[in-house]
Ligand binder design. Structure first.
Ligand SMILES: [Zn+2]
Length: 396
């Protein structure tokens, strides 16, 4: 059994935390990381984070074994929405690079598309790092990009440190942020820059999403523009640029994000931390809103349970594991779960098998689509690609 441990504030190390919400998940038969966590804010600096979670090594094993970033449905290619986001990154970062000879490292690079965009615009000295070996194979095949398999702790300190290190959608996943930033500092040249992009937790309540989806299994740090600045200041980085962007993730979902560009400085001034007053307010609003949306979803699930006929459930991520742990969905007659990620197929949830979309061709149970962000694309896959006639149960 994985042991959970309390965290001090990853930014200011304070032990004083305010509890906001307990997030709960049910477990997969194997490959699970968490049964839930406490969403808290630091009373000293205002940073929001997940408390009572496993140690970093457990996260490292999870990312190596359960990658969601291999994009198997599309032969390793990310979505058009991700591509648009990457194009904005390149435009943002380029003015801060000294020359096309600058060495660029993308940490958590998935299948390497962002690096391939840099390569297309003349930057040939690019390298990626990703925990999934499948990602490094795909990056080589699709874009001829070299991707080392591993995580931040494995990367060798190069003879010549990197001129630019990119962490896009990475810092919100890391438990030991302090260790990560000191590692980063070691592999970055003195005049080098770091680009960071994370979800903006001070805006969660302003954008529609599935209830509590922002408190996912994988996201354990909830940054605002203030707390990202505070973090980088406390670990010896100077902020050169701070941006708030909103990136579409699907036709009906927008992710608020905060990003910045930083360089190393010698003297750290802890007094320069400014308390983040926004995160607690917005996370509290987001929790109230999520509870409201969830009531409506529970109604639909209650109807399904009361009808007592067998159903299939499409999706086995945070959305489903949360509903199995917190609604009556676990009392429904679920004959199977469906997931297109092969890493989930063959496992079980409450002893119910997880099967692939191809396995449902001769089954006539209604399909409950357990996703907000991908509801439309799953609908298209069922009706237009698999050409199935099954009734659909939609939660959104
Ligand atoms: Zn703090």
């Amino acid at each position: 059994m994985i042991q959970n441990i309390k965290r001090n504030c990853p930014i200011c190390n304070s032990q004083n935390k305010k509890f906001l919400f307990r997030q709960k998940f049910s477990l997969l038969s194997e490959g699970s990381l968490l049964t839930g966590y406490d969403v808290v804010v630091c009373e000293n600096c205002g940073f929001g984070f997940a408390d009572d979670i496993p140690e970093q090594t457990e996260f490292d094993i999870y990312y190596q074994q359960m990658s969601k970033y291999e994009y198997q449905d599309s032969g390793g290619k990310e979505s058009g929405f991700d591509l648009m986001r990457f194009q904005i990154y390149v435009k943002t970062i380029k003015p801060y690079l000294l020359s096309t000879q600058s060495s660029i490292l993308d940490l958590g690079c998935a299948t390497g598309r962002l690096l391939s965009l840099f390569k297309e615009s003349g930057y040939t000295n690019v390298k990626g790092l990703d925990p999934s070996p499948v990602c490094s194979d795909l990056a080589a095949k699709l874009y001829r990009i070299v991707v080392q398999t591993g995580n931040l702790w494995d990367i060798e300190i190069p003879g010549k440190p990197f001129n630019c290190i990119i962490l896009s959608g990475v810092l919100e996943h890391i438990r030991d942020i302090d260790r990560a930033l000191s590692r980063l500092s070691n592999i970055l040249s003195d005049d080098g820059i770091v680009f960071i992009d994370v979800p903006n937790a001070s805006k969660f309540s302003m954008y529609q999403d599935a209830p509590f989806q922002q408190f996912s299994m994988e996201h354990i740090n909830f940054f605002s523009p203030f707390s990202l600045s505070n973090l980088m200041k406390s670990f010896g980085f100077l902020e050169l640029l701070s941006l708030k962007e909103n990136y579409p993730q699907s036709p009906n979902t927008i992710c608020p994000s905060v990003s910045g560009i930083y360089k190393k400085i010698d003297n750290v001034n802890p007094a320069s931390i400014v308390k983040d007053e926004l995160t607690e307010i917005d996370l509290s609003n987001y929790i109230t809103q999520s509870k409201k949306i969830e009531e409506r979803i529970h109604q639909i699930i209650n109807d399904v349970v009361d009808k007592a006929s067998s159903i299939l459930v499409w999706g086995t991520g945070t959305h489903t594991l949360r509903l199995m742990g917190t609604s009556r969905l676990s009392q429904a007659k679920i004959s199977a779960f469906i997931d297109s990620n092969y890493r989930y197929q063959g496992k079980t949830i409450f002893d119910i098998p997880i099967i692939s979309p191809d396995d449902i061709k001769n089954r006539d149970e209604p399909i409950l689509i357990s996703s907000r962000v991908f509801q439309e694309s799953i609908k298209i896959q069922i009706k237009d690609i698999l050409k199935l006639e099954n009734n659909l149960i939609l939660l959104y």
